[in-house]
Design a binder for this molecule. Sequence first.
Ligand code: PLP
Length: 377
Amino acid sequence: MIPVFKVAMAPDAPERVAEVIRSGRLEHGPRADALEAELGRRIGNSRVATVNCATSGLHLALYLLVGRDPYRHDPSPERDEVLTTPLTFEGTNWPILGNGLKIRWVDTDPATLNIDLDDLERRISPRTRAIVIVHWLGFPVDLRKLDAVLDRAERRIGFRPPVVEDCAQAWGATFGGKPLGNHGNTAVYSLQTIKLLTAGGGGLMVFPEAELHRRALRTRWLGIDRADDRARGEYVVPEWGFRFPMNELNAEIGAANLEIVDDLLARHRANAHHYDKELQDVPGLAHTARPDDREPTFWAYPVKVEDRPGFMRRLGEAGIETSIIVRRNDEHPAVAAAREPLPGLDSVAGRVCYLPVGWWLTDEQRAHIIDTVRAGW
Ligand SMILES: *Cc1c(COP(=O)(O)O)cnc(C)c1O
């Protein structure tokens, strides 16, 4: 079976990790700091913080921006909703609930599979505490239009809800020529096992300004400053925090894989462009949008097909795995209370599916996938 996902691992990663294990320094060491600095350089923003996974990063981002603290006065308790997309991995959305806030679903744009920014604008209200967007499959949300939506919202409701960008699938993506994490919002990348850049588990938070960054570096580890002298009890916790640091083993895996990731990403993109060209005009198959103001990563390749079960069965018979990747999050019983009509999502949810597009495809496999899809199902 040609898989939809495969774990990318640099050949020298095992030996490098063995070295870390032998060193005895497994946590709170120089490797996570070095990886953090290097990832910041690549993104072009040095206000970065490694964490143990993107879900932790999203949790901490929301906490820093709008979190509730039982000992701190909440100036706007009526602002209890976070607007977000249901077409994503659950790791995007459960941190909202973990911060004691309510989910308010925003519809999906059937053209991009990202959050529908017109529907977002309609749903922004005095109850909106924050907004979470996802660059689904590494296809960047239109951040220029989002800014315009927020400008208008600010004039209408008197404040500008902060935005968290879930860049979990978007390592290498750009919008307006700049890597994600440089557009005025707090962004979170994932270095989870099947993400393009993997640390075998990990995440990276990216901040738009220094104060949030400073708070993150402390609150990711219980509010303690690592530089303080704990041996002599000489440390204080000005703001309590979480237990989210990246360990040295993951950092070393991430550093090893950082050396191969550019080549992998180039393969994803080349394969996707090839599909774009070769899968034009296939009856019963529609593509997502491809505007040229952004560079997606194609973590997976989306198609919208008629008779999805038949499509998936036919490709499976030809040795090609396809996947739906996620359930729409709004259908989970855990969040039944947040259900709302979402006609845009309804119109695509039963048609979307994802093809293998990654660096592991040989030219023969890629041709086989194209021939199989073109032959019909
Ligand atoms: C993978 C993923 C996450 C969670 O990442 P972790 O690092 O495993 O916590 C969150 N959101 C999206 C869109 C993802 O794909």
